[in-house]
Write a new protein. Structure first.
Length: 80
């Protein structure tokens, strides 16, 4: 089943945003030089980077679920 152009753009936008969050997380965790202190011996910047990276992966997973739902042949049809 071919997806409508609006759904394709929506999925593409979701994937781009997910990749942006993941790349931001990798940058913050690995390359950032901010000093925000430590929490339980772990730099806060590293924890924020990991959080952004995990959130990016979560958004990528949600984009996949959205694609899978839109590709379903029975989407929008209900049994009576």
């Amino acid at each position: 089943m071919k997806l409508p152009i609006a759904v394709s753009i929506n999925i593409l936008f979701r994937v781009v945003v997910a990749l942006a969050y993941s790349l931001l997380g990798a940058y913050v965790a690995l390359l950032s030089e901010f000093q925000l202190g430590d929490f339980v011996g772990i730099p806060i910047v590293k924890m924020l980077g990991i959080l952004f990276f995990i959130y990016g992966l979560f958004r990528l997973w949600r984009a996949y679920l959205y694609y899978k739902e839109m590709s379903d042949q029975n989407y929008g049809h209900y049994e009576e």
